[in-house]
Each structure stands twice: as C-alpha cells, then as structure tokens.
Design a protein around this ligand. Structure first.
Ligand SMILES: [Zn+2]
Length: 461
C-alpha cells in the first residue's frame, strides 16, 4: 500500500549475519545495513543470489557500523544498480573502506588459491566482488556525525546515536511521519575499557533490535586476570597464544589490554605481540583520529598503535611462524572463516604447548564455533588439521551486549516503553528466550520477523 510504512528483513532475520532491513515509506525506500551472510555454507551461498530488493529502487542506505555482516554486501549492491546515498558516521566510513577493500582482496586471493591448488568443485572460482567493486561503493559514502539530524525527505529524518559496539558504531534513529523507528545495530558493552557506553536515545515507537546474546550472560570474570593467566601459562611452556580476531574493534581492545598488562608487569614486557592483518595498521590509526569516539588518552592510543609489530604480507607471516620463541599473534578472521589466521592454525594447532584463544562471537558453521564446541579436527584448505593446542574462550571480551545488557539498553536508552520490539540479528533460540523475558518481565510487545516477511508498521493516512 502506498501510504504504509513497512519493514522487511532480507537478512539477519532469525540468524546473526547478513543484516539488511528495508523500510518502505511513501517518500523513500531505505535500507538499514547492507551486510554479508557469514557462517554455514547455506547462508554464505545467499550472498551469491540476486538481492531480494532491486537496488535501483532503494533511495538511501544507512550503515550502523563497519563489520562485514552489516556493510559487506555494499559493493554488490552498488554493482547491481544502487545509486543513492550511503550514510554512516565518519569513523565507520574510514573503517568500512578499509574492511571492504580487505574483504575484496581476501576474496580475490582465496579464489586465486582455490584455482591454483584446485580444491574447488567448480571449474573456476570467482570472488564475490573485487577491489574495484569495493572502491566504487566507497566513493558513494557520505558521513554524518553522531547526534546530528539529517533530513532525508519532507517526512523522514535520521540521527545516529552511539551504541558502544565498535569504533563509530551507532544505532540509526529514524523519524518517519512523526513516528520514531530505532534500528539498534549491534549493541555493545557498558563497561568497555576502550569505548563509550551506549547513548540515551529518547522516545521510540518501534525498535528493531539485535539479539545475538539474547539467551546468554557473559561470564563474570576479570578479563585482565584471565588474559594474563592464559598468556603466562602458554609462554612458560614456550608456546604461542594465537588470537583469531577481527582487525577492527576486538584487535584494538585486545592490544590495549595486552599493553596494560605489560605496563603493570603482569606479563613480560619483552613478549612480542604481532598483529598480522593487511588492514590492521590503518584500522588502528583510525582510533587516534577520533578521540571523542573512545576513552583512550592520546598516550594510550600511541601505545596501542606502536607497541605491537604489525605485519601485512605473506612473507612476514612465514617469518613470524619460523620464529620459535613465545609470542602473541592476533590475526583475522575472528571466526576462522578465512584469511591469514588459517595459516597460523595449520602451523600451531597440532602442538600441545600453544593456545588458541577465542574472544568474539563464533557463528554457527564456522571453524571457530566448531573449536568452541570441542571439535579437535578442522578442515582447512581441503585438508584435515588436528587440534592439540589448548582452546580457551574469554566471552566477556565480546563486543556484544549479553542478555542483561540488552535489557539494560531497552531500560535506559528510551524514555518510555516502545510500542513494539522486533528482534533481529540472533539465532532463533536466543530470540525466543529474549522475547519471553521481555514479555514476562517488561510487558513488552515483541515480534520475531521472518526473512523477507513484510510487516506493516503504520499507515500515514
Ligand atoms: Zn558488529
């Protein structure tokens, strides 16, 4: 209907990746987030299918943060005909540019490798998109500071409010014909050492809310203590601590924590820390350019940026692996789904004196989730790799709010109870648990959208 405002989730509906939420209004068609599906093959294959909405029909794309499952589909969306505005905060724009180029490079590299070693069933493997496609999308980016309202049309405007997830991450708060519709984005933590807590938003009629950890509470643990224990235990045995982590967000928080531990002499000062990712140096520099977006002082920022050894090329990766001494290696991807980390896992996982430390969310179907579930054989590049190294998890280092923090966000970000909550970006079971809790304890009206289901929010008549 022409006068309806409706919501359709083309991704991150009863799953945690592929965020794409379409808001149809009489004036504009707006896509909130344009993310890649990640994890199990069935999901990843969806990235290759034509988009459910014709990109040329969309007027505006709003990106909540720079993670691939929220912005990683942009190059294809633009390639397939999207010519409108792409709005995001300044740090998100810088990080997304780095991440999209890196993602394209990894896909080109992986396709090249598959073709070279012939471990694909397909005749010729192709990248999902190329660096050129990514650059074309990046050229369309338009930045908006947080808390600054942007009029998108006569009756639609948007304002970004920080949500504490990663640098630059925000909720997108839209005002549509007088109704307030808030897209939470990924909600972060209230007690991060690096990032500011989620901001107050005000009133909301509709809240489209993530629910990744809707059924889980992060362990009450002293992160620094756990980290020091794991590092010391491993290096006393002469081992390496391998931390799969995304080079944006987690990496900087970990680097800061490791620096603090060194400063406090809780781990050896001389212990080498490598950050092996082509985009790590750039991503870390972004931190120092946006001091009002985080808690670190200029001095702490400098240390985070300069006290790790940053490696960018494959040659350097081999050199790090040939070095026999104890060390810490941070490398992407965080869920072991691709990238440089796989070379390290092949090298270190078979030996008992090393440790693989998992710190972020591990989506279903990823090698990271398999490890977390106790699997001791990983399939990498067509071969089985035996895992004899210790596998540890520090869940409280997660960039995602847990169940109690999600509820805290609803309780504190809004001045009154929202009319309706739509839970997205979560596995079905986690969503059911959170839904029941919100209904029972807060008396809220909660709905879990299905993928591609068009939901009428209200009529403008
Ligand atoms: Zn995220």
């Amino acid at each position: 209907m022409k006068n309806n405002v409706s919501l359709t989730s083309f991704g991150a509906a009863q799953t945690v990746t592929g965020s794409k939420h379409l808001l149809r209004t009489p004036e504009l068609t707006i896509l909130i987030d344009c993310g890649l599906f990640q994890g199990i093959k069935e999901l990843r294959l969806k990235n290759w299918q034509p988009p459910e909405v014709n990109p040329a029909e969309v007027d505006v794309v709003i990106i909540t943060h720079a993670h691939l499952d929220h912005c990683g589909y942009l190059p294809l969306f633009v390639k397939n005909g999207f010519r409108g505005r792409i709005l995001m905060t300044p740090p998100t724009a810088e990080l997304a540019a780095i991440i999209l180029k890196d993602s394209a490079e990894i896909q080109e590299e992986d396709a090249e490798k598959v073709n070279k070693y012939g471990y694909s069933k397909h005749a010729i493997a192709k990248p999902l998109y190329t660096v050129k496609d990514a650059e074309r999308a990046i050229a369309q980016f338009e930045t908006v500071e947080h808390s600054v309202s942007v009029q998108l049309s006569d009756n639609v405007d948007v304002v970004f409010r920080k949500n504490g997830h990663i640098l630059g991450a925000c909720s997108a708060c839209l005002s549509v014909y007088g109704k307030s519709i808030v897209f939470s984005g990924d909600i972060g933590r209230y007690d991060s050492d690096l990032l500011l807590p989620p901001s107050h938003i005000g009133d909301a009629d509709f809240v489209v809310m993530e629910s990744t950890y809707g059924a889980r509470l992060h362990q009450e643990e002293d992160v620094f203590e756990c980290l020091a224990k794991i590092i010391n235990k491993t290096i006393w045995k002469g081992g390496t601590v391998l931390i799969p982590c995304f080079a944006v967000g987690r990496a900087q928080e970990l680097m800061h924590a490791i620096n603090q531990l060194k400063q406090e002499s809780r781990i050896p000062h001389h212990l080498p820390v490598f950050l092996d990712s082509p985009m790590a140096a750039e991503a870390t520099d972004v931190l120092s350019r946006y001091p009002h977006w985080h808690k670190l002082t200029a001095e702490q920022c400098k240390r985070v940026c300069h006290e790790v050894i940053i490696n960018k090329d494959w040659h350097g990766t081999e050199k790090i692996m040939n070095d026999k001494g104890p060390k810490i290696i941070l490398s992407a991807s965080g869920m072991l789904s691709g990238g440089r980390i796989l070379e390290y896992v092949k090298h270190y996982a078979p030996h008992t004196h090393h440790t693989i430390l998992l710190v972020g969310y591990q989506a279903e179907g990823t090698r990271g989730r398999a490890l977390q579930n106790g699997s001791r054989i990983l399939k990498i590049h067509g071969k089985s790799v035996q895992v004899n190294a210790r596998v540890e998890t520090i869940s409280s280092l997660s960039a995602h709010a847990d169940q109690s923090e999600l509820i805290k966000w609803l309780d504190t970000a809004f001045s009154r109870k929202p009319e309706k909550i739509f839970l997205v970006h979560g596995d079905h079971d986690a969503q059911q648990v959170l839904k029941n809790k919100l209904i029972e304890e807060r008396g809220m009206d909660v709905y879990i959208p299905q993928q591609n289901e068009e939901i009428k929010l209200f009529s403008t008549e």
